[in-house]
Design a protein around this ligand. Structure first.
Ligand code: NAD
Length: 294
């Protein structure tokens, strides 16, 4: 793990047009962040409703900036117009960097990444916002793996400063450099990490979620656990954080971690998190998780 991306410190971002695939929690956040810092971004999804939701979220965040006096309404309209929602790859020929942020499923990601590679120019950098899936694994089917790396944002994107830039075995220095520079242009703090399931942050976070799951399976009260962890000094407890992440996303991510580190992460029985997901308690995304949301 290289703690600093200092090798790339001086490089300015050459990304004048970005694109994000998926307009969900993360895709919508990435589009907002890019647009708000002045880089136009295409936001592609397969569902019209997802595009509408993504835009609605971005509008809400810009409106908050206006309320706080940080933007006027003209600036808000201008920044919002940096996000172009689309259901097609029509304009992808002019994109400098793509962030894939579709569901955390290796098969879906493989299909989407090989598809988009055909739609972009030869020099376009492809990145994945995967939480856990190995970048080398996702690079396997690509024609230009040297142009591919991980660009892992955290949720909520507009508030979390860190971005993990994950270097695969075949990733070129140029691709890492361009991704680091774009993350900086988005106002983020990039770190360059080597490839493994879960990278750095989720290798720490998912065993913690596993520990929390066991605690409540053994009878602990999740609200009390949250309160204790807040007292411990963390900004939020594990139950609330799982509601933010999304139970389905956490389950998919945990499966990948369990495959990569079976001795530490695999469970034969269902975790409490899996049971929550099975009962459609997905968290903030559908209004009910450990807590209820309006
Ligand atoms: P989400 O379920 O909110 O959104 C996924 C979106 O992808 C949906 O809108 C869906 O319609 C769209 N989609 C599916 N197939 C598509 C395709 N072929 N082309 C375009 N769009 C498609 O999921 P999310 O929480 O935003 O997660 C997205 C990615 O980000 C996952 O890889 C996840 O692991 C990662 N991630 C999530 C979090 C988190 O806290 N939720 C944090 C960091 C990274």
């Amino acid at each position: 793990v290289k703690k600093k991306a200092s090798r790339y410190e001086k490089q300015a971002s050459n990304v004048t047009q970005a694109a994000v695939l998926g307009a969900g929690i993360m895709g919508g956040g990435i589009a907002y962040q890019s647009a708000s810092k002045g880089t136009p971004i295409l936001m592609k999804d397969i569902k019209e409703e997802a595009l509408e939701l993504g835009l609605k979220e971005a509008r809400k965040l810009f409106a908050k900036q206006v309320e706080r006096g940080k933007l006027d309404t003209g600036e808000m309209a201008e920044r919002l117009s940096n996000i172009r929602p689309t259901l097609s790859y029509g304009d992808f020929g002019h994109v400098d960097l793509v962030v894939e942020a579709v569901v955390e499923n290796p098969k879906v990601k493989d299909a989407v990444l090989t598809e988009v590679e055909e739609m972009v120019g030869e020099d376009t950098i492809l990145t994945s916002n995967t939480s856990t899936i190995s970048i080398n694994r996702l690079a396997q089917n690509l024609k230009r793996p040297e142009n591919f790396c991980g660009m892992h944002f955290f949720n909520p994107v507009h508030r979390m400063p860190l971005v993990e830039v994950i270097r695969g075995e075949k990733t070129s220095d140029a691709a890492v450099g361009a991704t680091v520079a774009y993350a900086r242009a988005m106002g983020k703090t990039p770190i360059v990490v080597n490839d493994c399931p879960g990278f750095l942050v989720n290798r720490v976070l998912f065993p913690y979620f596993g520990g929390f799951s066991l605690l409540i399976e053994h009878g602990a009260d999740f609200q009390r656990v949250d309160k204790v962890m807040e007292r411990f000094g963390w900004p939020m407890g594990p139950a609330y954080l799982l509601d933010v992440v999304g139970m389905d996303t956490a389950v998919h991510a945990n499966e990948v971690m369990a495959e990569g580190f079976p001795e530490r992460m695999a469970r034969e029985d269902k975790t409490a998190i899996q049971v929550m997901a099975d009962n459609d308690r997905l968290g903030q995304k559908n209004g009910k998780g450990f807590y209820a949301y309006e």
